[in-house]
Ligand binder design. Sequence first.
Ligand code: PAF
Length: 276
Amino acid sequence: MNVVRTAAELRALLPREGVGFVPTMGYLHRGHLALVERARRENPFVAVSIFVNPLQFGPGEDYHRYPRDLERDRALLEAAGVDLLFAPGVEEVYPPGFATRVSVEGPLTALWEGQVRPGHFQGVATVVARLFLLLRPARAYFGEKDYQQLRVVRQMVRDLGFPLEVVGVPTVREEDGLALSSRNVYLSPETRAKASILYRALWAMREVAAKGGSVAQALRAGEETLAQVPEFRKDYLAIVHPETLLPLSHWVPGARGLVAGRFPEVRLIDNLEVHP
Ligand code: PAF
């Protein structure tokens, strides 16, 4: 596996075609490795980036303390059969004077995470566009864990005509349902024991749907489940259209449950298809 830090090195080492690309912020877990495995199956060449993108963190968020361990990540990616690791510094991605922002507008970015984290999706869209232009992949892999991010990236790719396929990969979970996330390292043992409440709330909504209950009944079941863990301070719990992410009053195929909120030491988000 080649480890490269500059755009010039990338140009020398990347094939013109057949690149499967997995963008990450590092501190890799089995969820990232599922993206890599899928990319390996579908592309002759797999490139992974590790870049903690300052643009997508708001003031007071965890940019500086975001977990980093490049040596461990490098070994995991090497073992997973990755061909190239791109681990640029901030100045390589955003050279001095860099002033452009890519902004997907409308409810897709105004709602949910966009409301709680203003500017977040502009930071994501800007870095993802920049990385797509640097790596020129045929396919790019994103986890469904960040479902709204996946929708925003698909919208940007469609609108700007990036010549690539965006592939969404199902969330990988711990045994109790907690979605894998690099930020799970922030969880104290006490909070970890309660952190599956997000998944349990989503599952409760799914069960109501499966039994023929309404959207309103499903939301009520989700709220009641969340209320079992008062330490969890909800930002939102919603049932939305799987493409527009607008709240639903009636079921549509693929309806998605979204949940996010804070424990004292960490903010968590999750989502699940609640109506098949
Ligand atoms: O999902 C992530 O890890 C990040 O948002 C991404 C897509 C790598 C952009 O920085």
